[in-house]
Design a binder for this molecule. Structure first.
Ligand code: 4AD
Ligand code: MG
Length: 467
């Protein structure tokens, strides 16, 4: 076969230089046609669109042609021509075909319309479907958007550790990391496990958040963000929870809660605009397939201000809803942690816009949040979104050493685990604030997918760590 350098399908479909000899490589999506001529839809992942390969059967070896089945991988040399029937501008008239990889008839993606549940069982192959190709291209573009947003604003990307000795959120939902022999654990005099034998000489886990280390960096570099995997061993089998998810956590010295809210709103809007500007083919496909209102919803959020109110005001709205006959599964009262149904009521039914709730009761939030004068609430902020509920959680941080130490003690966070964090409040403390955006929650919103397992390539959830 003549050696011609490969052109990606996305570029072939955009070119106008018909008549050129090109090479295209990709996987067969479908093959149809007559006894004389066949049409192969080839996809190489560069775009959701396939290129049509036109094959004049008389010019090719019969044995080779038999190998061109759904899923097979081909290299095709041919002439790029203007297309009339393929739905695309260009197609390739095949001159030479090499089958790079045959595909046997146990290939599970033979027909269209597989269920999401079935595709999760074949997560190693699902990127080859239109849906997951679209989702994972969008995922890439969103990661790019995030780095660009912060870079353009002078934030530094700061890498926080994945293995840690402290529980940032204090919720005790950590996966332990150990090299100890679990069949032969050593115990001390009190019967407790003796971690001095372990790899790090102490008990360690996978991080639930990079925030505490991120704050150390903000106290030196001014504005930073983290973007990495985080791990939570919460046993919540919901369409919005993963045991392994990615989080983006900006942290900014001298910001107070108002600036923190504005940053969160600007950040999300930048990402949504980026998606519409760079992923429209894929978004349009998902919109047609799964969620007719997807594009409208993205535009709506872009064009409207987020509603800002306090938790206390939010509770009033929810209590009024109950008084007017609305039924919630979980009880609602001042002090209750909001369930997803409450968050979505505020966003979807009452305000019909994204909502930022602030000033939550201190009992339901983490030890590090700045304490308000009222002694009851903290300067927390949650951003609540249609269809998702909480997409961002953040706060202004308590910068006062004594107040922070007291709260850590009350909430059972051991001083020995966070002495280094406490140090920032002794050495030039400053007001500062930050938040965490759940990357997969953002992707749920941008793609319109309804289950978080379908926006990460290989989901980790209770009883599920295949691939
Ligand atoms: O509200 P969270 O727990 O906040 C923090 O971790 C803070 N340390 C962030 C900060 O202030 N720097 O988590 C932040 C976000 C949530 O709003 C949600 O979007 C996402 O992370 N999230 C999850 N996403 C998927 N699966 C889970 N189990 C998640 N838990 C939280
Ligand atoms: Mg939260």
């Amino acid at each position: 076969m003549e050696k011609i350098s490969r052109t990606k399908i996305i570029d072939l479909l955009a070119t106008e230089t018909f008549g050129a000899k090109v090479n295209v490589k990709g996987w067969v999506r479908t093959r149809r046609g007559s006894k004389q001529v066949n049409f192969i839809a080839l996809n190489d992942g560069s775009t959701i669109n396939n290129i049509q390969i036109v094959v004049d059967l008389a010019n090719f070896d019969e044995e080779m042609l038999k190998q061109i089945t759904t899923g097979a991988c081909l290299s095709v040399n041919g002439t790029l021509t203007e297309s009339v029937g393929s739905g695309q501008k260009a197609e390739v008239q095949a001159l030479e075909i090499e089958v790079l990889g045959t595909c046997d008839n146990t290939y599970p993606l033979q027909k269209k319309g597989h269920s999401m549940e079935f595709l999760r069982e074949i997560a190693h192959l699902r990127p080859r479907t239109n849906t997951f190709g679209a989702v994972f291209r969008i995922r890439h573009h969103m990661a790019m958007a995030i780095h660009r947003f912060f870079h353009e604003r002078g934030f530094f990307y700061f890498h926080t550790p994945i293995i840690t000795g402290s529980d940032c959120e204090g919720a005790g939902q950590m996966f332990q990391v150990t090299t100890m022999n679990l069949y032969d654990l050593k115990h001390d005099e009190t019967g407790a496990i003796d971690y001095s034998n372990d790899f790090f000489g102490k008990q360690t886990s996978l991080t639930v958040s990079g925030q505490l280390e991120g704050e150390l960096a903000a106290m030196a570099m001014g504005a930073i963000y983290t973007f990495g995997p985080t791990f939570r061993a919460e046993n919540s089998n919901t369409p919005r929870h993963l045991a392994e998810f990615w989080m983006i956590e900006p942290e900014v010295a001298f910001n107070e809660i108002e600036e923190n809210m504005q940053l969160a709103e600007d950040f999300i809007k930048y990402c949504l605009q980026w998606a519409l500007d760079n992923c429209l083919d894929d978004i349009q496909f998902l919109c047609n397939m799964f969620d007719k209102e997807l594009v409208d919803r993205l535009r709506f959020v872009l064009n409207n201000e987020f509603v800002r109110l306090t938790y206390t005001e939010g509770i009033k709205v929810l209590e009024e809803a109950v008084a007017n006959g609305h039924k919630f599964e979980f009880p609602i009262f001042w002090g209750a942690d909001l369930a997803s149904e409450h968050e979505r009521y505020l966003v979807e039914v009452h305000f019909k816009a994204p909502v930022i709730l602030t000033d939550y009761p201190k009992e339901i939030k983490s030890f590090y949040m700045k304490q308000n004068e009222d002694g009851k609430t903290v300067r927390a902020m949650d951003v609540l979104f249609p269809k998702i509920g909480e997409i961002i959680g953040g706060s202004q941080r308590e910068e006062n050493y004594e107040k922070l130490a007291r709260r850590a003690k009350e909430m059972g966070v051991p001083e020995k685990d966070i002495w280094w964090y406490m140090d920032t409040r002794r050495f030039g403390t400053a007001p500062h604030a930050g938040f965490g955006l759940g990357f997969e929650r953002l992707l749920l919103f941008v793609t319109g997918m309804s289950n978080i397992r379908d926006v990460i390539p290989f989901p980790r959830t209770p009883n599920n760590a295949e691939f």
